[in-house]
Design a protein. Sequence first.
Length: 274
Amino acid sequence: MEIHEKKKGRMEQLKVDCARCSGLCCTALFFSAMDGFSENKIAGKPCTKLQNNYRCEIHNELEKRNMKGCIGYDCFGAGKHVTQFIYKGKTWQTSKEQAKEIFDVFVIIFQLYQIRYFLEESKIIIPAKGLWSDIQNLINENETLCNSIPQIILDIDMEIYRNKVNIILKQVCECVIKCFKSSGNNRFTEFFGKSFKKRDMSGLDLSMKLLIAANFDSCIFNGSIFLGTDTRDANFSNADLREAVFLTQGQINSAKGNRNTKLPSHLDYPVTWK
Ligand code: SF4
């Protein structure tokens, strides 16, 4: 069953662009070594591996050092937007007095970009066609918020905004799941470390599920929903994920796979997938 319209959505534009960012994810955010980052770090402090040119000193060794947090992180291009569009090239290094504001704005823009990614995908999901005009209105609002001045961005109540969008995203998921009602796949509820080799996982709602270290070698995922799914070390070798719903680059980066894995056209193969 075809889930996505053939035309490419604008999700292509919502990609990490580290070359045009100022290392915001490696500075603005709190993270811990336990979650696969280089160290325990408070928000607003640069990672000790971040160089003055905003490049990671150990970028080519992240896999070898098992830094799943760094590998899996995906800002959807929010860092570029904050650095280039909102602050016109000014950074937390060149405008130290504005550093806190820049970090706070980045945290909100990151969330808005993540939501925009799901909205842009929703707009090419065929079973949710009846919702497309409502979705477009939310995309327009999201773009307006992202293009606002910092004072307006900092005043956004993200909880209220997120709840409003979630109502529509939930409806999109219901439209997709309805198409697979008779597949019987809903009997799968636990995934952590289990093997599903060669199974048809189509139409499964995997939202917020832990797929950590599960084996999905040669599985099919037409219309399977990946909203907030934890895919760390899940094996998708030879699997067909082309029609998976709400799958992100971050989820792919933190999973395992190979060049026979079929990905949605807007996602890239991690360099570690041979
Ligand atoms: S190790 Fe590299 S990618 Fe990870 S947070 Fe530090 S600078 Fe960023």
